[in-house]
Ligand binder design. Structure first.
Ligand code: SAM
Ligand code: SF4
Ligand code: FES
Length: 349
């Protein structure tokens, strides 16, 4: 393998080669290159995003997800607006500068209700607010942006329209794309990503996912390993493997040197040191859970999720220790678009 291949893997064939190689030296070169690009472009700071999982109700049908509407065995919960705000205040008091409001697709929260939550959080806390509540009408996205929401996470899940159709009955790939375009037009900082290791996905399809994301140029990227949930139609599928997930993370860093890339909770679930491994091959963000403890186990996207029995302050301390163990530090500031946060493009705190 040539150095050029690792430095500029812009062709699908190069990406496939790096996803499939069985040469430990090639994998090591890929990981080292990604880590160097991460250090050069976004620095050693690790941004913390406090995750509030405020509702497990979902009208969605995604075949991989434990929250899908058809899963009648899941005990559902909804947090009241004032409790969501209270969770954000807990996050603020623990030193977080970003809160992520995540839920299933739960229409019982109207656009105006969530706008009120955003307004209240922005009034009480000096934090960036990231929304992650799925596909909604443009009017809702606009309302939340006006209320002060800064960012939006919406993964494309897979860039293959046929695979998308198989895994999302009743949903539309085109609508997902439209939502991403709308969010960008409304000037949200945009987060996107894919699920790695979905049944029916190949290395070729993963390579196309990377090229799709490179073309979209999101500000943030979440590349999560698929973990099968027993109460879904694809319960028997194999989970994603660690190596593929790490290679995807590294390649994403090479393709999008200035993006914020998450070492996901799912990565920490498939391997106890998964988040640290992700941070070592290109990632610069983690999303510790600040959901009140009584709800954590109920937000069961996939089984075995980490941090189910911990409290927000326990996770805050734990994650900082893990970051320091890597010789890195928790980044100051809200960690917005790198070019906005760090005029030189590098967090050198
Ligand atoms: N409902 C919103 C949406 O779908 O965009 C936000 C919440 S959803 C639970 C957040 C993410 O969870 C999805 O984008 C998906 O990639 C991930 N997810 C769902 N099921 C999963 C599974 N079985 N394994 C790993 N990640 C999963
Ligand atoms: Fe609902 Fe999101 Fe899960 Fe799909 S991934 S079932 S939209 S919570
Ligand atoms: Fe939750 Fe480690 S981050 S216990």
């Amino acid at each position: 393998m040539t150095t050029t291949l690792v430095e500029t893997p812009r062709e699908a064939a190069d990406l496939v080669a790096l996803l499939t190689t069985r040469e430990p030296a090639e994998e090591a070169a890929l990981f080292a290159a990604a880590d160097a690009v991460r250090k050069e472009h976004v620095g050693d700071g690790v941004h913390l995003r406090a995750l509030i999982e405020f509702s497990s109700y979902c009208r969605g049908s995604c075949k991989y997800c434990g929250l899908r509407a058809a899963n009648r065995e899941l005990q559902r919960y909804r947090m009241a607006p004032e409790d969501i705000v209270a969770a954000a205040v807990v996050a603020r008091d623990l030193g977080y500068r970003t809160v992520v409001l995540q839920s299933g697709e739960d229409a019982s929260y109207t656009g105006e209700m969530l706008a009120g939550v955003v307004r209240e959080i922005k009034a009480l806390c000096d934090v960036a607010v990231t929304m992650c509540v799925g596909e909604r009408p443009e009017a809702d996205y606009a309302l939340w942006r006006e209320a002060g929401a800064d960012r939006y996470l919406l993964r494309i899940e897979t860039s293959d329209p046929d695979l998308y159709a198989t895994l999302h009955p009743g949903m539309s790939f085109d609508n997902r794309l439209r939502c991403l375009q709308t969010l960008r037009r409304l000037d949200y900082e945009l987060g996107c990503g894919v699920l790695i290791g979905l049944p029916g996905q190949s290395d070729e399809s993963r390579a196309r996912d990377l090229l799709f994301l490179a073309d979209l140029e999101p500000d943030m990227l979440g590349l999560g390993p698929f973990i099968p949930h027993p109460q879904t139609p694809i319960a028997d599928a194999l989970p994603a493997d660690l190596t593929t997930t790490l290679r995807m993370t590294a390649l994403a860093r090479l393709l999008l040197p200035g993006a914020h890339i998450v070492a996901t909770t799912a990565l920490g679930t498939i391997d106890p040191a998964g988040r640290e491994r992700g941070l070592s091959v290109g990632a610069d963000v983690v999303m510790p859970n600040v959901t009140p403890q009584q709800f954590r186990a109920l937000y069961e996207i996939y089984p075995g999720k980490i941090c189910i029995n911990e409290t927000p302050d326990k996770c805050r301390g734990c994650i900082e220790l893990r970051i320091r163990g890597l010789g890195r530090h928790v980044a100051g500031g809200k960690g917005g678009r790198p070019k906005d946060s760090f005029p030189q493009g590098v967090d050198r705190e």
